[in-house]
Design a binder for this molecule. Structure first.
Ligand SMILES: Cc1ncc(COP(=O)(O)O)c(C=O)c1O
Length: 443
C-alpha cells in the first residue's frame, strides 16, 4: 500500500503552495512530453517509458513559455526549502503521487581552513550527505519511484555501486514495491546492509556495475522488473536536476563560476546543465553559466580520456578500479551528454589518484570538520590540481559536490588506547591525525 509520508516538503509547504496556485493559477507540473536525447523524437509522458527507440536516454520537457508567464521566481522563493518547491519543473503530475522521505535542500559549506593555493577563495561544498539515505541518489530515486508507482510498477531492479540501490530500496519500501539490487562484490558494506534493512533483495556480483546491469537486463522479462538503471528511465535525471535548481536559488539566482562534480554515470552533471537551460529559458537566471568539471579517478577515467581526445563519446575503461566506488563506472550510457555539457559549459574533465583522494579526505575532515565521501574528496583533490595548474582562477567561486555522507564509507581504524588506572601521557594529542607530520598545511 502506498501511503503519503507525513514529513515531505509538499506537506510542509502545502498552505503556501495552495496560495501560490490560487494567486497565479499554475499547474502542479508543467511537463508536457519526453524527448529522445539523440534524435529529438517525442514520446508520451503519460506512459511508462524506458529508453528511446534509438536506445538513448529520454529527457522530460516542460511548457516553459507558459510557466514563464504564470509563475514568477519569487513564488518559488516564498515556499519552504526542499526538492518539492520545484514541482512545476518536475514530472510528478499531482502532489498525491509523491513518494517522499523528506528531501531537504542541502547546505553549502565553505572550506576556509583546508589547503588551497595562495590567493584563492575557499571552495564551497554542497553537502548532499544530508539527504534521505545519506546521498544525492535520493533525489533521483524519489522521482523515479514516484513516477514508476504512478504508472503501476510493482517491481524495480537496479545495478548499483551502493548509494543508488540504498535510495531505491528506501523509496520502494515507502511505496510498497518489490526491489532488487545487484552490487559489485566490493560495494561498501554499509550500502549492502542498508539496502537489506530497507527491505530489498540484494546480491553481491563478481563483476563491475556494467556486469550488474547485464543481470538486470537478463532478468527483466522473466521477473517483470522495471529497470531503474542510470538514464534507462527518464526521471532520475529530473530529480538530480534539483541540485542545479538549488544552487541557483541558494545564490539568489546567481550561479558559481565553476562546479566540480564526481562523475560516474553523469546523471547529476547532465541534470544540472539541463536545470540551468530551463532556468535561462524561464528568465530566472542569465548566463554566464558555471563551467562544469567532471572529476574521475585515474583508475577509471573514460570521460576524461574522451574529453581530452576531443571525442563525442567514451570507450569503455578496462579493469576499472578506485576507492571512490560511486565513480567506478567503466562505460556510461549518457557519455555523449556528459561530454556535450562539459564542452558547452567551457569546462573540462580531470582524473585524480586514489592517494590524492585519501589525502583530500583527511585534509578536509581534519581542517574543516567535514567528512567527505571518497567521491566528494576527489572533487577537492581535483580543485587543488586545477587551481595549481591555472585551469581555474583565484577569483573563481567554486562549488564541489560531496554526493554522500562520509559516514557511509570505511574510515581509519583507531588503535590508540589508554589505561584508566595510569596517568595521562604527555603526548596525548598524538592520537590525532591533525598532529601528524605531513597531514597538510594551508599554502
Ligand atoms: C557518492 C557518489 N558520488 C558520485 C556518484 C556518481 O554520480 P553520477 O552517476 O551522477 O555520475 C555516485 C554514484 O553512485 C555516488 O554514489
Amino acid at each position: 500500500m502506498y501511503h503519503k509520508p507525513s514529513g515531505h516538503a509538499g506537506v510542509i509547504g502545502a498552505p503556501r503552495r495552495r496560495a501560490v496556485h490560487k494567486e497565479f493559477g499554475v499547474r502542479y507540473s508543467y511537463a508536457t512530453h519526453l524527448e529522445c536525447s539523440l534524435t529529438g523524437e517525442r514520446y508520451d509522458i503519460t506512459r511508462l517509458q524506458g529508453l528511446s527507440a534509438a536506445k538513448k536516454p529520454l529527457l522530460a520537457r516542460y511548457d516553459l513559455e507558459a510557466l514563464r508567464r504564470e509563475l514568477p521566481r519569487e513564488a518559488i522563493e516564498a515556499r519552504a526549502a526542499g526538492l518539492w518547491r520545484w514541482h512545476e519543473l518536475l514530472p510528478v503530475p499531482a502532489s498525491e503521487h509523491i513518494v517522499s522521505l523528506g528531501e531537504v535542500e542541502t547546505p553549502l559549506i565553505p572550506l576556509p581552513h583546508s589547503a588551497r593555493p595562495r590567493g584563492f577563495r575557499p571552495a564551497i561544498v554542497k553537502d548532499e550527505g544530508r539527504l534521505p539515505t545519506g546521498s544525492f541518489k535520493a533525489r533521483g530515486l524519489c522521482l523515479a519511484v514516484s513516477m514508476a508507482h504512478l504508472h503501476g510498477v510493482r517491481r524495480v531492479a537496479i545495478p548499483t555501486n551502493g548509494n543508488a540501490g540504498a535510495a531505491m530500496a528506501a523509496y520502494a519500501a515507502q511505496a510498497d514495491m518489490e526491489a532488487v539490487c545487484f552490487c559489485p562484490d566490493d560495494t561498501p558494506e554499509v550500502n549492502l546492509s542498508e539496502i537489506a534493512l530497507q527491505g530489498a533483495a540484494v546480491y553481491r556480483v563478481n563483476g563491475l556495475i556494467n556486469d550488474c546491469a547485464r543481470l538486470v537486463e537478463a532478468g527483466k522479462a522473466q521477473y517483470g522488473w522495471f529497470d531503474v538503471s542510470t538514464l534507462k528511465e527518464p526521471y532520475r535525471i529530473e530529480g538530480k536536476k534539483t541540485m542545479g535548481l538549488e544552487l541557483a536559488i541558494q545564490g539568489k539566482w546567481r550561479l558559481p563560476d565553476v562546479v566540480f562534480y564526481p562523475t560516474g554515470g553523469g546523471t547529476g552533471l547532465i541534470g544540472m546543465w539541463k536545470a540551468w537551460q530551463e532556468l535561462v529559458a524561464l528568465g530566472w537566471i542569465a548566463p554566464p553559466l558555471p563551467r562544469l568539471v567532471a572529476v574521475q579517478s585515474t583508475g577509471c577515467a573514460p570521460i576524461v580520456r574522451a574529453f581530452d581526445a576531443g571525442a563525442s563519446a567514451a570507450t569503455p575503461w578496462p579493469n576499472a578500479h578506485t576507492i571512490a566506488s560511486g565513480i567506478r563506472v567503466p562505460a556510461a550510457l549518457g557519455d555523449f551528454l556528459i561530454l556535450r555539457a562539459l564542452r558547452d559549459s567551457g569546462g573540462f574533465a580531470l582524473a585524480v589518484t586514489d592517494e590524492a583522494i585519501e589525502r583530500a579526505r583527511t585534509e578536509v575532515g581534519t581542517r574543516d570538520g567535514l567528512l567527505l565521501s571518497p567521491e566528494g574528496a576527489a572533487t577537492y583533490a581535483a580543485y587543488q590540481e586545477a587551481a595549481a595548474s591555472g585551469r581555474i582562477g583565484a577569483d573563481d567561486e567554486v562549488v564541489l559536490f560531496n554526493c554522500a555522507s562520509g559516514l557511509k564509507y570505511p574510515m581509519p581504524a583507531v588503535s590508540a588506547r589508554l589505561d584508566v588506572n595510569k596517568p595521562l601521557p604527555d603526548d596525548v594529542l598524538s592520537g590525532s591525525v591533525r598532529s601528524r607530520p605531513g597531514s597538510g598545511s594551508g599554502t
